[in-house]
Design a protein around this ligand. Structure first.
Ligand SMILES: Nc1nc2c(ncn2[C@@H]2O[C@H](COP(=O)(O)OP(=O)(O)OP(=O)(O)O)[C@@H](O)[C@H]2O)c(=O)[nH]1
Ligand SMILES: [Mg+2]
Length: 179
């Protein structure tokens, strides 16, 4: 009985949680993924298709799909949606002009049937850039407080230094088991 319980427990603990990392091109998605994996900044080029890595945080296993954000690739984001537990939406906080497009993409995702149970972590990235928008400004513009049917959290970060990334992951781990 004890052995069965232990096996079940280890299965439960090692269960993989699917995450998709989305956002417009140049937002910093791939930089964030490899900061999570290696704690360092890698040289990136625009992602065509996707990168996938397993990230383990305190015994919690996340399978993270970093998806290319160029305009021509966005229509195929939905092919990654099934079984997604977390959406990480990366925003380039200096890119004021394209925040409206991010907003459109966010609400399109939230309305998708395959993502109805997903929680959303928004990274307000590139906080090192002078004149960037704060997380509060981005939150207001994206009208995050109107989102009632998905748990969400916004976190400011800088993928180059890693600042703020752990706090984002902590929010995700805190959500596991809540639903
Ligand atoms: N200043 C600054 N630059 C950053 C930050 N995060 C990423 N970058 C830079 O932004 C550029 C784009 O980063 P990527 O991680 O390749 O962007 P992406 O979102 O994966 O882009 P796509 O693959 O085209 O969708 C790179 O030159 C990064 O070094 C940050 O926090 N601050
Ligand atoms: Mg990329």
């Amino acid at each position: 009985m004890g052995l069965i319980f232990a096996k079940l427990w280890s299965l439960f603990c090692n269960q993989e949680h699917k995450v998709i990392i989305v956002g417009l091109d140049n937002a910093g998605k791939t930089t964030i993924l490899y900061q999570f994996l290696m704690n360092e900044v890698v040289h990136t080029s625009p992602t065509i298709g996707s990168n996938v890595e397993e990230i383990v945080v305190k015994n919690t296993h996340f399978l993270m799909w970093d998806i290319g954000g160029q305009e021509s690739l966005r229509s195929s984001w939905n092919t990654y949606y099934s079984n997604t537990e977390f959406i990480i939406l990366v925003v380039d906080s200096i890119d004021r002009e394209r925040l409206a497009i991010t907003k459109e993409e966010l609400y399109r995702m939230l309305a998708h049937e395959d993502l109805r149970k997903a929680a959303v972590l928004i990274f307000a990235n590139k906080q090192d850039m002078k004149g960037c928008m704060t997380a509060a400004e981005i939150s207001k513009y994206l009208t995050l407080s109107s989102i009632k049917d998905h748990p969400w959290h916004i976190q400011s970060c800088c993928a180059l230094t890693g600042e703020g990334l752990c706090q984002g992951l902590e929010w995700m781990t805190s959500r596991i088991g809540v639903r």
